[in-house]
Design a protein around this ligand. Structure first.
Ligand code: NAD
Length: 346
């Protein structure tokens, strides 16, 4: 099987490349149905924006089954050349940081919308077996707030694949636009597509600007942990290995044109997450620092992933607290990586 992974030098993409080559996000061999059954060739296409780093692919850079191409998903000629002979395209390349999309949404429109359109046109022209659009639960908008630890929280409504798209940040709006394009190519051009909508993802190699790495790094440095507003916004956390297994299951078993939510039912307020990080790292709660809320901050996300469980036989395996501890250890042990990926590009 030949695969193209766009955005494969980013956080989730670099983990997906590893999964396709038979190891998880931290290099442990995969077992069971997740392990690749046939010989594979993987091409990674990445523009190496501030968020993409070849350092994220160090362990696979010498693997003869893998090839890295630096380039832009908006470059139609390059993309057409790369998809020739490919069976499955996993499309992850994106501008992905909500805070940045509030400051300037133009790179988001360009890469997330125009880039997706460019790729869709290329795969339709050349012909591939399947196009996998890696999307986000943020396209659904927000849910009414409920305490995730209360009785009401356990039974409160979650996003299903039938929830109308109602994005509220420029980032989410561009991802929703891309999802609509993907669905339209399925209907109009008969392209075989599946869309996954994963929840907030965490794990090794997430860019240091993202919320969980910020909490871990600041706690390790005994610095204040900034929390937007009252800290009670609820997010549904999924480990990057579970997310990647879900994307692969959707690629292998998903029905053409279908959307699959991927969430691990680990809903936490940001405050409770910060408290867990501090407890795991043995730091005091006095480090928590409430800061001015960001505009349009979605109050609650929670994902119903029962379709993926039934149709894809996908079951998330990771336990949030165990994996938070593993994450803490990973960031503590990988200071050199943090420095390398934080350096401004010349
Ligand atoms: P990331 O920012 O870590 O990685 C994005 C990658 O895309 C980077 O390597 C970047 O260099 C590359 N890229 C950006 N513009 C490009 C362009 N024009 N051409 C080629 N490459 C380009 O993001 P991530 O967290 O790994 O997210 C990957 C995908 O998963 C995104 O599509 C995102 O919307 C989706 N997603 C992320 C999460 C999450 O919590 N991180 C949750 C659900 C879905």
């Amino acid at each position: 099987m030949r695969y193209l992974v766009t955005g494969g030098a980013g956080f989730i993409g670099s983990s997906l490349v590893r999964h396709l080559l038979g190891v998880d996000s931290v290099g442990r061999p995969l077992a069971g149905p997740a392990a690749p059954a046939e010989p594979v060739e993987v091409v990674t296409l990445d523009k190496l924006t501030y968020a993409g780093h070849v350092e994220n692919l160090t362990e696979v850079s010498g693997d003869p089954r893998h090839r890295f191409v630096e380039g832009d998903v908006c470059d139609g000629g390059l993309v057409r050349e790369l998809v020739r002979g490919v069976d499955v395209v996993f499309h992850l390349a994106a501008e992905s940081h909500v805070d940045r999309s509030i400051i300037d949404d133009r790179p988001f429109v360009r890469t997330n919308v125009l880039g997706t359109a460019t790729l869709l046109a290329a795969v339709t022209e050349v012909g591939i077996e399947r196009f996998v659009q890696v999307s986000t639960d943020e396209v659904y908008g927000e849910l009414p707030w409920v305490d995730p630890d209360s009785e009401a929280g356990r039974d409160a409504p979650r996003f299903t694949e039938e929830t109308p798209l109602s994005p509220r940040s420029p980032y989410a709006a561009t991802k929703a636009a891309a999802d609509h394009l993907v669905a339209a190519y399925h209907v109009t051009h008969g392209l075989d597509v599946v869309i996954t909508r994963g929840s907030n993802t965490y794990g090794a190699r997430q860019h240091p600007e993202k919320p969980l790495p910020v909490l871990i790094r600041r706690a390790l440095a005994d610095a204040p942990l900034p929390l937007y507003g009252d800290g009670l916004n609820v997010r549904d956390w999924i480990h990057v290995d579970d997310h990647c297994r879900g994307i692969l299951a959707a690629a292998r078993k998903g029905r053409p044109g279908r959307v699959y939510n991927l969430g691990a039912r680990a809903e936490r307020t940001n405050l409770s997450l910060a408290r867990s990080v501090l407890a795991i790292l043995g730091k005091p709660e006095s480090l928590i620092d409430f800061v001015e809320d960001r505009p349009g901050h979605d109050r609650r996300y929670a994902v119903d992933a029962s379709r993926a469980r039934t149709e894809l036989d996908w079951v998330p395996r990771s336990k949030l607290l165990e994996q938070l501890a593993a994450c803490g250890s990973w960031y503590r042990a990988n200071q050199a990586w943090i420095e390398a990926v934080s350096k401004p590009r010349s």
